[in-house]
Design a binder for this molecule. Structure first.
Ligand code: S3P
Length: 173
């Protein structure tokens, strides 16, 4: 791996943006968030993209966002929870940085996302069942892609970010 990007993966509510921001600040790197990037590019929010273009349209935009964000080096990138599903994206992620999986329990996800109105996939009668089935499908992929796995439950963001930095290969810090 010749790239010095640090890429955070994990499910919705795992804290990718919060932790990514802290790591970027501490390492004096640029932070980028894939969902924000897509919203900036399109001028509308993620929910609207799902409404108009469906999930497939959103996933196409997500692939382009990953390509754009990872065309530069030395960044800290927070990905969307579903960005690991397409094999094409898995390849992009693998080739462009050191991948950190924020391994989060269903309970913690539910706690963090209990009032969420922005995530289209959670606007259902039973968000817990949705999160559970997504995690079942995606956790093996997160684990397979990860260079580093960190458990996030009951951890304060600052401490967790410091812990991740301590475990990065020397060439990245
Ligand atoms: C999604 C996760 C969201 C966002 C979209 C779909 C998913 O990102 O990309 O709502 O499929 O898990 P976060 O993981 O940042 O919430």
């Amino acid at each position: 791996m010749n790239h010095r990007n640090i890429i955070l993966i994990g499910p919705m509510g795992s804290g990718k943006s919060t932790i990514g921001n802290i790591i970027a600040r501490r390492l004096q790197r640029e932070f980028q968030d894939s969902d924000h990037h897509i919203e900036k590019r399109t001028g509308v929010d993620i929910a609207r993209i799902f409404d108009i273009e469906g999930e497939h349209g959103f996933r196409d935009r997500e692939t382009s966002a990953l390509q754009e964000l990872l065309s530069e080096d030395n960044r800290v990138i927070a990905t969307g929870g579903g960005s690991v599903v397409r094999p094409e994206n898995q390849e992009i992620l693998r080739q462009h940085g050191f991948i950190v999986f924020l391994d989060t329990s269903l309970n913690q996800q539910m706690h963090r996302l209990r009032r969420d109105k922005k995530r289209p996939l959670l606007q259902t009668d039973n968000p817990r069942a949705r999160l559970e089935s997504l995690l079942k499908e995606r956790r093996p992929i997160y684990l397979d892609l990860a260079d580093l796995v960190v458990k996030t439950d009951k951890r304060v963001a600052r401490r967790l970010a410091a812990d991740i930095i301590n475990q990065l290969p020397e060439s990245l810090t």
